[in-house]
Ligand binder design. Structure first.
Ligand SMILES: Nc1ncnc2c1ncn2[C@@H]1O[C@H](COP(=O)(O)OP(=O)(O)OP(=O)(O)O)[C@@H](O)[C@H]1O
Ligand SMILES: [Mg+2]
Length: 243
């Protein structure tokens, strides 16, 4: 059984989906078998950041409710060996319980990593996304509301042994103006850091072109996601200097 990781944030729009995609592609490039599960029911878009736009026919609820085997519902990436996507349904079926999601995740034993893209908020979707995870990555930007929501999210996940923070969309100029540091952000969120991702137009560009971020080489946000993947693998990588 591989490691099940929820990528979450509380606040919407912090970069959960973009970073799930970037880290998943990086892990696949490292030779790992990765299952991405989009748990943003009704608002799924992880397919876009993986470069798998609208390819999935069945979703994770079809597998959890026994309507389709995992092997048929998971869409294999045509260019990134070992990477698959299980997409989200458009509505939350009443019969979809945490127990059913847990047994679905337990059945995905052939994967080294299962990355779950959690929806914003702390509601039913968040609870399903985090019901059976080994660890969590909380994505925050450097604004006060995002950091406060990160802190609230951490409070909901206190039972987990490993929760880490990713600071996304970092711009050094803005940090200077705010007289803020990444250390301040870690203190505000109450979490150790696993990555710092710069503000990078390539994130938006790649999504709009339907390409995984990793196709743009190892720089900017793509390099930051690669570094996060390395740290998940247990490798020591220095935190990126952002200019
Ligand atoms: N490092 C970055 N640099 C530039 N743009 C970014 C970066 N990270 C995310 N974005 C952009 O921010 C927007 C929100 O990102 P994304 O959809 O990944 O967030 P999310 O947390 O998954 O949102 P939601 O809560 O709605 O699911 C997107 O337009 C994305 O391209
Ligand atoms: Mg998202």
């Amino acid at each position: 059984m591989g490691t099940v990781i929820a990528i979450t944030s509380g606040k919407g729009g912090t970069g959960k989906t973009s970073i799930t995609g970037g880290v998943a592609c990086s892990l696949a490039l490292m030779g790992r078998r990765v299952l991405c599960v989009d748990m943003d029911i009704g608002l799924r878009n992880l397919d876009i950041s993986l470069g798998l736009n609208d390819r999935a026919l069945m979703d994770f609820s079809d597998v959890a409710l026994g309507r389709c085997p995992l092997a048929r519902a998971a869409v294999e990436h045509p260019d990134l060996k070992g990477l698959s996507l299980l997409t989200a349904p458009m509505t939350l079926p009443a019969s979809l319980t945490a127990e059913k999601v847990t047994s679905l995740l337990n059945s995905a034993a052939e994967y080294d990593y299962i990355l779950i893209d959690s929806p914003a908020g702390l509601g039913a979707g968040f609870r399903l996304a985090t019901c059976a995870v080994d660890r969590a990555i909380v994505i925050s930007t450097n604004d006060a509301s995002s950091l406060r929501d990160a802190q609230r999210t951490v409070a909901e996940l206190e039972h987990l042994k490993q929760i880490h923070l990713v600071m996304n969309r970092i711009q050094t100029k803005l940090l200077r103006k705010l007289r803020a540091t990444i250390d301040d952000a870690m203190n505000a969120a109450g979490l150790p850091l696993i990555g710092v991702v710069p503000e990078d137009p390539q994130v938006i560009l790649c999504a709009n072109l339907g390409l995984p971020l990793t196709t743009r080489g190892k720089r900017g946000a793509a390099l930051a996601c690669w570094n996060i993947a390395q740290r998940l693998e247990g490798n020591r990588v220095p935190i990126m200097r952002i200019r």
